[in-house]
Design a protein around this ligand. Structure first.
Ligand SMILES: Nc1ncnc2c1ncn2[C@@H]1O[C@H](COP(=O)(O)OP(=O)(O)OP(=O)(O)O)[C@@H](O)[C@H]1O
Ligand SMILES: [Mg+2]
Length: 163
């Protein structure tokens, strides 16, 4: 490849890295996460990364991080994947408005992150079904996707003993 085309190589490398990450996540979905690999993580840092990579031209994602939030323990790639899946859904199905917020419970023991949107939401009786692999809802009609996103979220969250 000529030096002028090196930007193409960069694109290929970053696409390949992304594929590796997705495959890794699917492997994580199939096998239990190794809790030995858990490390202290800032939900603010992870959410901030996601807000800047998923927001932008198409949609502005509001971000309201809590100052001095406590670290959580977890796998950085898995936690990033779980929150990203929720944000991608909110961008895709949320009618053009998305907000990510972090905080702590009143007893200061648990950190949380919420992803809000302005779409139709999910009917309560559909929630458990849509958390199963390869299931998609009415809101997804005509859009691309495999229906794995929420199943991966559920698996990652339960592997972290979170809710
Ligand atoms: N924020 C949301 N608002 C409304 N409906 C949603 C939202 N998030 C998910 N859904 C519904 O739940 C279904 C399952 O979501 P899930 O993320 O598992 O799969 P997907 O988005 O269709 O595909 P993938 O995430 O694999 O690309 C979606 O098809 C959609 O119908
Ligand atoms: Mg999805």
């Amino acid at each position: 490849m000529s030096p002028e085309d090196s930007y193409l190589a960069e694109g290929i490398i970053s696409d390949t890295e992304e594929c590796n990450e997705i495959i890794g996540q699917f492997m994580d979905y199939l096998k239990p996460v190794n809790t030995q690999s858990f490390e202290p993580l800032s939900l603010n840092d992870i959410a901030s990364d996601i807000v800047s990579s998923e927001g932008g031209y198409e949609i502005q994602i509001d971000f309201d991080p809590m100052a001095r939030i406590k670290d959580i323990e977890g796998s950085p790639i898995a936690i990033k994947r779980a929150i990203t899946n929720l944000v991608v859904n909110a961008v895709r199905y949320g009618n053009g408005w998305v907000k990510v917020t972090t905080g702590m419970t009143a007893d200061n023991k648990l950190a949380w992150v919420t992803v809000e949107d302005n779409g139709p939401g999910i009917e309560p009786d559909q929630i458990s079904r849509l958390f199963e692999p390869f299931t998609r809802g009415d809101t997804a009609r005509g859009s691309e996707g495999t229906g794995l996103g929420l199943a991966i979220v559920k698996r990652i969250i339960s592997q972290h003993h979170a809710r």
